[in-house]
Each structure stands twice: as C-alpha cells, then as structure tokens.
Design a binder for this molecule. Structure first.
Ligand SMILES: Nc1[nH]c(=O)nc2c1ncn2[C@H]1C[C@H](O)[C@@H](COP(=O)(O)OP(=O)(O)OP(=O)(O)O)O1
Length: 160
C-alpha cells in the first residue's frame, strides 16, 4: 500500500537542565490534540528537505536553511485498519536555526526536556524511535499500529 510522503524536524537546543526538543500541540487535522513533531506532507516537486523547511516555517515561524538539517533516517507508519493514513516519514534534526518558535493555527510549539518526553500525550509509537533520533542516531523503522490506530502492534528496526 502506498504511503503519503511526510517529513518531521526535531529542533534540539541546550537547556539549563540538558537537551530540549521542540514539539507542539497539534490543533488541527491529523493527530489533533496530541503532542507531535513539527512537519507535514511533502508537496509535489519538493524534496524532503524543502518540505520540512517550509513546514517548520509555516507551523512555528522558525527559519531553517538546508545546512541546518541533519538527516536522521525514516519511520514508516502503517495503519492496517486505515491504509489511507499510511505515511513514509523522513526525519531530520536541527541544532541551528533563525528565529523563535511562535504558535500557528496548526501547532502550539513547546520545548520539552529530552529526558522527560511527554510520551503520554504523544503518538504511542514515539518512544520506539524518537529517543534514538534525539541522541543523534539514525533510524529506519517500520511502526505498525493495532486496529485501534493508536497502540503499537509492532515496531521493526531495519538497519541500514
Ligand atoms: N504514528 C505516528 N506517530 C508520530 O509520531 N507521528 C505520526 C504518526 N502518524 C503520522 N504522524 C505524523 C507525520 C506527519 O508529520 C503528520 C501528519 O501530517 P500533517 O500534520 O501535515 O497532516 P495534516 O492532515 O494535519 O495536514 P495537511 O498536510 O495540511 O493536510 O503526522
């Protein structure tokens, strides 16, 4: 089953008590009410990097350049009960950028300690792959959801 091409970028900064990551409360659309990564769909003709630069700007006002982005691999989200929700996600991290995050209609951005991610308010698969990304690793993961489209049926790491 084909999957929509999407991207996420995790901005990482040094806080007073260790590393912090920019996530946000999704206010509209897919994943509404959850704390999610910043990103969205890749539009026709865009590279993944171009798409994530656009999405981060639209959702938070933060300006990224290509040289700010580090490729952190891919996560494929598979929803067997809702195959139209399947997504092939390119993950980036960034440690440099311009501007400060501001809320948009879609996202209320918020910094979280990497050591205390709000996993209870995120997609349940987040702790299967996000800590690796935030430690600077690369992932190549396929997450398959149960028929409730919320809990994780399996999470398979494919080494590249
Ligand atoms: N199981 C999952 N765990 C997770 O952490 N993120 C997921 C996920 N399944 C999907 N996502 C993310 C990837 C993608 O960035 C996002 C959905 O893209 P969007 O926010 O762009 O969707 P929307 O439908 O709200 O917006 P439009 O693109 O404007 O239609 O959800």
């Amino acid at each position: 089953m084909s999957a929509a091409a999407v991207t996420l970028c995790f901005l990482i900064r040094d806080g007073a008590n260790g590393a912090e990551v920019l996530l946000g409360l999704k206010q509209t659309g897919f994943g509404k009410g959850k704390i999610v990564g910043i990103g969205g769909h890749v539009e026709r003709g865009e590279t993944d990097a171009q798409a994530v630069i656009r999405e981060v700007l639209e959702e938070t006002g933060v300006v990224l350049r290509h040289e700010d982005l580090a490729d952190a691999g891919t996560v494929r989200f598979v929803f067997p009960a809702r195959p139209e929700w399947n997504m092939a996600t390119r993950i980036f991290t960034a440690r440099t950028w311009h501007g400060e995050p501001v809320p948009s209609d879609e996202i209320l951005p918020e910094w979280f300690s990497v050591e205390a991610l709000p996993v209870d308010r995120m997609w349940q698969d987040a702790d299967h792959w996000l800590p690796v990304v935030l430690e600077g690793g690369r992932v190549n993961v396929v997450v398959t959801m149960h028929t409730d489209n919320e809990s994780v049926a399996s999470s398979e790491s494919r080494l590249d």
